[in-house]
Design a protein. Structure first.
Lengths: 353, 344, 519
């Protein structure tokens, strides 16, 4: 996938097609079909119909996710709901979010018993919910696995999610390019919850990117826990520990609110900061360009909207536009785009609060 | 005591090991007798300061760092003062973290922020106190065990906080609130949050040591049945104690809003455990009847200083957590030894 | 009778020598001397009964015997050799097993697991052989006359009697030569008591000695060989024949004095002042505890309530004090009827209580003397909740000095004081409050014998100053010596009222026991 092209494409098409949230995968679905008179008609390359926004066969989609106790997760639920509303042929059966593995298994079991056509599952814990994914597939219900991946590929028909390693990588590249001419540059990292796999991936991607810039050294790292409070506390300590540094990579924009607060309280302005996830407050700050926050790396919550698109296509037995294959892909990894002052206007509508 | 002279047992002097001079009736200067317990905690703190000073002399021994440590201690410190009262009375308040979360999100909704500084402060304090009142009524008059009542409050306050925010972070836009957290607002170099913490500590100390309320708290915790038979209204006392804890949570919630510039339903995460741990290593008996505000505050400072030293040395959170556990055990062991010596 | 897997006692002691002797055992706890030179001698194969009131030292003594308490002084011999019972395990190794009144079983474990708790039959030292344990437990239970108890059942699901059998099976699972049974019949039906006696007889026939503790005199007559009576931490009678010592002698040994006390002089005229009563109790009753209690106490008068344990003595005091709610009747102080069931109403009206369980019900053990004395009077020393500690301390000290509380150090911790001085602190609390009615429940419980006379003098002095005192004591001489007027209580009813000087100990004992099975 070329650098950023899918995103810009999505951004241009968005106005015509949905006027709402859209990401790269959405663009793929719709790119070549927007002017087709009917979704039932075959595109030139094959006989498989491709999905579009014209009403088609009625599809009931079951959606199960974790409790929306974080801005990003809240946006996941909202985007799924919004997207489903766009389609008159889609009925969305959305469960009460739960962080309890057992409770979520029960909820998914209920959806299977209701015989929904397609399932979209964002598991609280991918490994622990693999069995119920397998059960759904065995019952003939295709599963779209959202973001946190099941342990077995047999447990889902299609996986779509973000790229944690890529987030770190792109954050590292962005910082690297900014500092590549500065000798002995120092960077620090404010990581997320250390007990999560994704935090390790984000750190690893960041470290790998920095290896390309021998003049840059990561001098400190502290882990917060995705909360504003912990962001403030850990950032305050980092600032005290490092009287001088050139850049900061913060894994999460929510904890970034606290981190920015600590930076303001310490009166520091002498470095650039890159955030993660794509919260509205972060994008607003990037747009205003009056502080240290210069960029944020996306982990797009719009992926749930794309998941609905994929589920609808599965339910209607259609393929994906813009691709030669008859079937939708088995896995879609979203690109972690870097949002800067230059392109922030394109992304602001996708941001979450 | 041997069994020889039974007949004149009335003459036997009690076998106490306290060596203060007899007939000492004069006042002690402001009652500043530091408990042996607190002394040992001061020792722990001194060792920590030495470690910090040796490993990171430039960053650790620095006005900015002192301000930082005290600021970071202030929010949980205020919660711990309230918790100390509750534990001394033989109770427990597991809901403090959740109350801080609820009060901080309620006080930062768009609607509340329209009322500015006063609206935010007032809402935080009222919500905290109201939660404390519910705890108190359930425990004192509903006769629920404190563990259960406050556990229920923990669950529902967190749930309500989530419902209010919908999982989003509520950014504070009221400048007068935000300005309290930046260096321009420091009074003689002291951050306002630290001043509030100091004030709450002093008032807490005075209430515990100089008022009927404090005396009754200790009596209820030391022996609730004896307190009842001495004519103390034990239930009303309990009600006020949870109310007090809720009030402290409300104040802490406002401080957290100032510190983090936002309200979030994840605020105050695990405050209950931090506050209980600080009180315990500060010498407060979990069974009630004994405890000091000074000890609890020292306990908070020990924890904050550890976090600070570890962060300055770039040690990761896994090591920090292990060290925290070890400190709790070590402090309690040292304390037990000192207490035993006191009785020897 | 030893279980199959345990070897029988290798060398039975010679019949003439005692199995166990304890001599001059002393044990003090902060503030009280629980054992004050106790002697006990147990022969092989005998049932030795231990008698005494609550607080006489029985439970401390059996805990010393079980290795749970270490004595401060004295000597213990076992089969003629001096031994130290350093721990419960050490006592068990010698062959001493104890069956406590509060059964020490784990309810969540099975019968067999309880029987072999701590000495499970194992393979390779740690793999529990469950089947062996169940088989051995079943054999023990059968021998104890309860083959129907399934060794695999959870102890929590058994009846009290069955649990006791399990406890006994646990004792017998060791190589046991002496079994201590603390009130084993208290929770049993008559049938079950018969089975218990059968077991005891079988044990003693095998040469095992039993130390049997019970309040029921008729049981002691049925199975006992010899009796040792404890009082105030001393053995007041050792080795009395269990079957033919007269009941009255035993009761008076338990309740009477081994040291004559100087009781303070009563003022003249005795207890018959014409003044109106301060405290007046009218028709007070509590279901299942006491009924139709009428009594008056005048200023300057000490009224004593005499009765056995369970006669409702303490319950009456606590109900007058508002700590219990009466089912009917009311309490009048100075002509004003009090709200029932409210301690605060009683305290406001001027009633003070020195309760029976001083440490559990009256004292703040971690606190100083001053704070214990001032706790009921705090608002007097405070303005807007702010305590004036100087005034508080001097007022409390004034009260404690008046009662000659020692040491005269307001900051001393209450737990370092002797029992008598702790009691004075409780009295000082009410003296400081200026109360008009003083309710004293067992005021000399846990007070060293020598210190009692002083406490009696203090109580009399308070009465002389105009207080109305209502006194409860299980010690008849104390009631007779201290009170002006005595009310005799039996099974929750007042059966007799008379001036103290018209009664003697035997008359009172007859009245309290009349018709009771022990008489």
């Amino acid at each position: 996938m070329p650098h950023n092209s899918a995103n810009s494409q999505g951004a241009t098409r968005r106005g015509i097609l949905f006027g709402g949230a859209a990401v790269s995968a959405t663009a793929l679905l719709t790119a070549c079909t927007s002017n087709e008179p009917s979704g039932k008609e075959a595109p030139a390359t094959n006989n498989q119909p491709v999905a579009d926004d014209k009403p088609g066969k009625k599809v009931t989609i079951g959606f199960a996710g974790p409790q929306a106790d974080h801005g990003w997760l809240n946006a996941i639920n909202e985007n799924a709901r919004e997207r489903a509303k766009k389609y008159p042929d889609v009925t969305l059966d959305i469960t009460e979010g739960s962080n309890d593995t057992a409770a979520q298994i029960g909820q998914i079991q209920t959806l299977i018993n209701k015989k929904v056509d397609v399932l979209v599952i964002l598991p609280t814990d991918g490994k622990a919910l693999t069995q119920v994914g397998l059960a759904a597939m065995k019952a003939g219900i295709p599963v779209v696995n959202l973001d946190r991946v099941f342990a077995s590929p047999q447990a889902f028909r299609c996986w779509i999610g973000g790229d944690n390693y890529g987030m770190g990588l792109n954050a590292g590249r962005y910082i690297g390019e900014k500092l590549k001419d500065k000798p002995n540059a120092k960077v620090i990292e404010l990581a997320g919850l250390d007990s999560l796999e994704l935090t390790k991936l984000r750190t690893q991607g960041f470290d790998d990117a920095l290896k390309n810039y021998p003049n840059i050294k990561k001098v400190a790292r502290q882990a917060a826990d995705f909360t504003v409070e912990s962001g403030q506390a850990k950032m305050a300590q980092l600032l005290q520990a490092q009287p001088q540094f050139d850049a900061l990579w913060n894994h999460d924009d929510d904890q970034g609110v606290g981190a920015l607060r600590a930076i303001a309280q310490a009166g520091r302005k002498d470095f650039l900061m890159v955030g993660g996830a794509g919260a509205k407050s972060a994008m607003d700050a990037i747009k205003a360009d009056n502080g240290v926050l210069k960029a944020t790396v996306l982990y797009p919550p719009t992926m749930s909207a794309s998941a609905i698109d994929l589920a609808r296509a599965l339910g209607q037995g259609k393929g994906i536009g813009g691709m030669s294959e008859l079937e939708i892909p088995a896995s879609v990894t979203l690109y972690s785009a870097v949002v800067t002052k230059e392109n922030v206007d394109d992304y602001l509508p996708q941001s979450f609060t | 005591m041997t069994h020889s002279d039974v007949s004149d047992a009335s003459e036997v002097k009690p076998q106490d090991g306290i060596t203060s001079p007899p007939h000492k009736s004069g006042r002690r200067p402001l009652g500043l007798r530091l408990d042996l317990r607190n002394l040992s905690l001061l020792g722990v703190l001194a060792v920590l300061i030495a470690v910090g000073g040796i490993t990171k002399p430039d960053q650790f021994l620095d006005t900015g760092n002192l301000q930082l440590v005290l600021t970071q201690a202030s929010v949980i410190g205020v919660v711990t003062v309230g918790m100390t009262f509750v534990i001394i009375s033989g109770g427990i308040d597991l809901s403090v973290g959740a109350i801080v979360a609820l009060a901080s999100v309620w006080a930062t909704t768009v609607a509340t922020q329209e009322y500015g500084f006063a609206g935010i402060l007032f809402t935080a304090v009222i919500v905290g106190t109201a939660c404390g009142l519910v705890n108190g009524v359930l425990i004192a008059y509903g006769r629920l065990v404190p563990f259960i009542a406050t556990l229920a409050m923990l669950a529902s306050a967190r749930g309500l906080a989530l419902q209010i925010t919908g999982g989003t972070t509520q950014i504070v836009t009221v400048d007068s609130v935000l300005d309290l957290g930046i260096p321009d607002a420091y009074v003689l170099g002291i951050p306002p949050l630290v001043l509030v913490f100091a004030l709450v500590t002093v008032v807490g100390w005075l209430i515990l040591n100089r008022t009927t309320f404090g005396r009754r708290t200790v009596a209820v915790g030391g022996n609730a049945e004896a307190a009842r038979l001495a004519g103390i209204d034990v239930r009303r006392q309990r009600l006020y104690l949870y109310l007090l804890s809720g009030l402290c949570c409300g104040i802490a919630a406002f401080m957290l809003i100032v510190l983090s510039g936002s309200g979030q339903n994840t605020n105050g995460n695990l405050y209950e455990l931090d506050a209980i741990a600080a009180a315990i290593i500060g010498g407060t008996l979990l069974t009630g009847g004994r405890g000091t505000i000074v000890g609890s505050v020292l306990g908070v400072l020990v924890f904050t200083t550890i976090t600070n030293i570890f962060a300055l040395n770039n040690l990761q959170s896994d090591v920090q957590q292990i060290a925290k556990g070890a400190i709790i055990v070590a402090a309690v062991l040292v304390q037990r030894r000192t207490v035993r010596d006191e009785h020897a | 009778m030893a279980p199959e897997h345990a070897a029988p006692p290798t060398a039975p002691p010679p019949p003439a020598g005692p199995l166990l002797t304890m001599s001059g055992i002393t044990k003090s706890f902060p503030g009280v001397r629980a054992l004050d030179g106790v002697d006990l001698e147990v022969l092989p194969g005998e049932v030795h009964c231990l008698l005494g009131q609550n607080g006489a030292g029985k439970s401390t003594l059996i805990k010393v015997l079980a290795g749970a308490h270490q004595p401060d002084g004295g000597r213990i011999t076992w089969g003629g050799e001096t031994v130290a019972l350093k721990s419960p395990i050490a006592a068990m190794r010698l062959g001493i097993a104890t069956i406590y009144q509060e059964l020490d079983l784990v309810e969540g474990l099975s019968v067999a697991e309880n029987v072999f708790l701590g000495h499970e039959p194992t393979t390779a030292g740690f793999v529990v052989r469950g089947r062996t344990a169940r088989t051995s437990a079943a054999a023990l239970l059968a021998r104890l006359g309860h083959p129907e108890v399934d060794p695999g059942r959870l102890v929590g699901s058994l009846s009290a009697a069955q649990q006791q059998i399990v406890s006994m099976a646990r004792a017998l699972s060791h190589d046991v030569r002496l079994i201590v049974m603390d009130e084993p019949s208290a929770a049993l039906d008559p049938d079950e008591v018969d089975n218990l006696f059968r077991i005891v007889a079988a044990l003693t026939a095998d040469g095992v000695a039993v130390v049997y503790i019970s309040h029921r005199l008729e049981e002691i007559r049925r199975i006992g060989d010899r009796v040792t009576v404890l009082k105030d931490g001393r053995a007041v009678a050792v080795g009395l024949p269990a079957r033919d010592t007269p009941t009255r002698d035993i009761v008076s040994l338990m309740t009477g004095r081994n040291v004559e006390h100087a009781f303070p002089q009563r003022p003249q005229p005795v207890g018959q002042t014409s003044a109106a009563p301060v405290l007046s109790v009218q028709g007070l009753a509590r279901q299942g505890e006491f009924e139709a209690i009428d009594l008056d106490v005048r200023p300057g008068e000490i009224v004593g309530l005499a009765g056995l344990v369970g006669s409702g003595r303490s319950e009456i005091l606590e109900t007058i004090y508002g700590a219990r709610r009466p089912t009917s009747g009311h309490v009048v102080v100075d002509g004003n009827r009090l709200r029932t069931g409210s301690v605060r109403a009683a305290v406001r009206a001027g009633i003070g209580l020195a309760p029976e369980e001083r440490k559990a019900q009256a004292l703040l053990m971690l606190e100083s003397v001053t704070r214990n004395v001032s706790v009921s009077t705090l608002s007097r020393f405070s303005r807007g909740g702010w305590i004036d500690r100087g005034t508080e301390r001097s007022a409390a000290q004034q009260a404690t000095r008046k009662l000659s509380l020692r040491p005269d150090r307001p900051e001393a911790r209450i737990r370092t004081l002797s029992g008598g001085n702790q009691q004075k602190a409780v009295l000082a609390r009410w003296l400081l409050r200026g109360c008009r009615v003083l309710l004293l429940d067992e005021p000399t419980r846990g007070v060293d014998v020598g210190a009692r006379a002083e406490l009696y003098a203090v109580i009399r002095r308070l009465a002389d100053e105009g207080l109305a005192v209502l006194l409860v004591s299980s010690e008849v001489p104390e009631v007779l010596g201290l009170a002006d007027r005595v009310l005799v209580l039996r099974e929750g009813r007042l059966v007799h009222t008379a001036p103290a000087h018209e009664l003697d100990e035997h008359r009172v004992l007859d009245l309290v026991m009349e018709g009771s099975p022990a008489a």
